[in-house]
Design a protein around this ligand. Sequence first.
Ligand code: SAM
Ligand code: SF4
Length: 347
Amino acid sequence: MLLDTYGRTATDLRVSLTDRCNLRCTYCMPEEGLDWLKKSTLLTDDEIVRLVRIAVTHLGVREVRFTGGEPLLRPGLVSIVERCAALEPRPELSLTTNGIGLEKVAPALRDAGLDRVNVSLDTVDPETFHRLTRRRRHDDVLRGLAAARAAGLTPVKVNSVLMRGINDDQAPDLLAWAMEHDYELRFIEQMPLDAQHGWTRRDMVTAEEILTSLHTRWTLTPEGDGERGSAPAERWLVDGGPHRVGVIGSVTRPFCGACDRTRLTADGQVRNCLFAREETDLRAALRAEPGASGESDGSDDSAAASAAGDLRVAELWRTAMWGKKAGSGIDDPTFLQPPRPMSAIGG
Ligand code: SAM
Ligand code: SF4
């Protein structure tokens, strides 16, 4: 199990498949992009599948979400999903994507064993989309969403970030659109994880503001008993249901006390928190093994070495999680943004 000193257990693994992206969302990365990770430092498909296998078979991970950067840019994505779906016990498999290219690949992902997708879309207006992402791809995202729903990757969730002065007045329009198309909408508070370090608390649109704006058109009632457990979103029934809307108040309503996440970056570093400043290098551990690919060549000796390697990696991962801090520290006056931006961590 992946335990920490505060008694939390991580069962939900986020795997970043690449730090590259075909959009330039202003709250995530600058116009010119970033210094992308070198190919030689990226985990190979085999290494990713091996680490997911170790997480599932030795460490109690039950859910795996592929993210990035833009995970649809990873050439081996469908095969990675297929190999992870064949693991025992089989983890729940999901994907967070900007939706560009999903139109083509959604059926193959479903056939490979993907269970669900979250598509990020912050506006229903193509011009606002261009201002936010610096690209004219609004229509591709809409087609990707429709294809995901048609392929049965449901419930299709839509993640939206509101930015002051750009789309902060669009929350009701987004919700009306999402309900019309049967997508489950969740708003996420902007976090200090952009590469440009442009986040300010004053400019951040808060969960409270989002709810106030939605209340102008609908009555929202807390879903169930109002407890969100380890789920970051507080969920509300819209006009009594059946449609719902979620609000993830990562900054103003943090859920760190119930966090069940562990993260693996595209270059093989375990992070115990989005906001962690330390990482544990599993790639180096894998590549230091005799034979280096770490997968058995079928001989008894190789299988024994690989099994021993799995145990060593699992132990490193456990130690990394044990050191998880109580919270993100955003409210601490000494808070420092982590050196890696969201796109390189895997959001
Ligand atoms: N490219 C994919 C996408 O956009 O869905 C996956 C990676 S992206 C980093 C994952 C999620 O993080 C997206 O929903 C995006 O809106 C969100 N995100 C990025 N930067 C953020 C920030 N500074 N604060 C809050 N959410 C952010
Ligand atoms: Fe790309 Fe996703 Fe970051 Fe937007 S939020 S720039 S789509 S990684």
